[in-house]
Write a protein that binds this ligand. Structure first.
Ligand code: FAD
Length: 395
């Protein structure tokens, strides 16, 4: 069995938004230090997860190949899935047969839609977990649009809102119901929320909130209040789950399987493991970070810098971060941006309409621009460092 091990070796698990940024920035920051970096990801294509609702609405995304994005960085790319992790031996198994030893591990496995909690969701619902899954749902939605079919979008968080509005704009013939336990946009200020609801109305989306889905059937969804809604296709966006790899490997995790980190984003049980993005449980002074690119990219930037400092024997300061905005697309022609305090609570400032569309598009394109420039300069993804990671482990 092949084994890669020599010198100081950093393995980055996961080539999504945060793994990619960590690898590229770290390569730049550790040039001429002899550090080797390997990035492991199942697909050779970089998935722009932020845009998968666009795929569901029938749009084609640009294809970005991971080897091209890494070109010139010296980062070695291994295409495969991490199937086992032995933190005591500091060894990862890829696709059951390739073993990679590491001195430092960056755990960036992200998250996927949680279809495990409601009966029928795993078998009967569509998800936006990757371009293929989003494309399958898109094909079904297009078919249904021709006959005025009904789609239920389960989950009224930002992903559900973006998916429902994008679909409604692309397929005015679809009958779309957005089902949400909370009022959609509950975390926005009054005016941004009112704008959002006017957009949902204008696009003909029925909102059913204050209720949960109890069961997904092949042609309907049952709600916890006893109602059954006809559903020719159900898109599940309610909640995310993470890979069981960390918990299975006896790395300390929270009850959802996210790696518990200290104030420097290192595992509290295995400090040679750094956790970033959706797979990291990070507690700030006001509470936990939630999975988003907005917080994920700063965790990646900080982690690349932290590893570079540790390589040089320097000290490390705690992670600092503050939220800044909640950008939400409402189809291609409308959007609403709610600006926030560091703890994600809304302030008065908001942006709507054309200016918001341009803003949102800029935000969605920022990761790829950042990767390109990070090969040569230290780009920053922090807008606000408004608060500090807690010195206590996130429990
Ligand atoms: C439709 C949609 C819209 C969104 N819009 C926004 C938005 O507007 N703003 C925002 O901030 N956030 C948004 N998000 C959330 C955002 O996409 C995630 O927070 C972000 O992708 C997290 O980055 P990550 O690197 O942690 O994980 P990911 O980007 O998911 O990357 C994880 C990577 O790990 C790989 N991987 C998984 N398992 C293994 C394994 N065993 N071995 C090797 N590799 C593995 C995956 O294939 C993937 O490439 C959206 C999400 C969705 C689904």
């Amino acid at each position: 069995m092949p084994e890669i091990r020599s010198g100081r070796h950093v393995v980055v698990l996961g080539g999504g938004y945060t793994g990619m940024f960590t690898a590229i920035r770290l390569a730049h920051r550790t040039r001429r230090t002899g550090v080797r970096i390997t990035l492991v990801n199942p697909s050779g294509r970089f998935v722009e997860r932020l845009r998968l609702h666009q795929v569901a609405a029938g749009q084609e995304l640009a294809v970005h190949r991971i080897p091209d994005l890494l070109n010139g960085t010296g980062v070695q790319f291994v295409q495969g899935t991490a199937t086992a992790l032995d933190p005591e031996a500091r060894r990862i198994t890829v696709d059951g047969s390739l073993h990679l030893g590491y001195d430092t591990l960056v755990y960036a496995l992200g998250s996927r839609t949680d279809t495990g909690n409601v009966p029928g969701a795993d078998t009967h619902a569509f998800t936006l977990d990757g371009p293929e899954a989003a494309g399958r749902f898109g094909a079904r939605a297009a078919e249904l649009a021709a006959s005025g079919g009904r789609v239920t979008v389960c989950g009224g968080g930002l992903t559900g809102i973006e998916a429902a509005t994008e679909l409604a704009e692309a397929h005015p013939g679809l009958d779309i119901t957005l089902i949400s336990s909370e009022e959609p946009g509950a975390m926005m200020g009054d005016q941004a929320r009112a704008y959002l609801h006017r957009a949902l109305d204008r696009l003909g989306i029925t909102v059913t909130s204050g209720v949960r889905v109890a069961r997904v059937l092949p042609d309907a969804v049952e709600l916890t209040d006893g109602r059954t809604l006809r559903s020719d296709a159900c898109l599940w966006t309610a909640g995310v789950a993470v890979s069981p790899l960390a918990a299975d490997s006896k790395i300390a995790t929270d009850d959802r399987g996210l790696i518990l980190t200290d104030a420097t984003l290192r595992s509290v049980s295995h400090p040679e493991i750094h956790a970033v993005g959706d797979a990291a449980s990070v507690r700030m002074t006001w509470g936990r970070l939630h999975g988003s690119c907005q917080s994920g990219l700063p965790t990646a930037q900080y982690t690349a810098d932290t590893i570079a400092r540790l390589v040089r024997g320097r000290s490390v300061k705690p992670f600092r971060f503050g939220y800044f905005h909640q950008p939400v697309s409402l189809g291609r022609r409308d959007a609403v941006i709610q600006f926030t305090r560091a703890d994600f609570t809304p302030v008065r400032l908001r942006l709507t309409g054309r200016a918001a569309v341009l803003y949102k598009e800029f935000v969605s394109g920022t990761p790829l621009t950042t990767y390109r420039y990070s090969k040569r300069v230290n780009m920053t993804t922090f807008v606000s460092k408004g608060a500090r990671a807690s010195l206590e482990p996130a429990a």
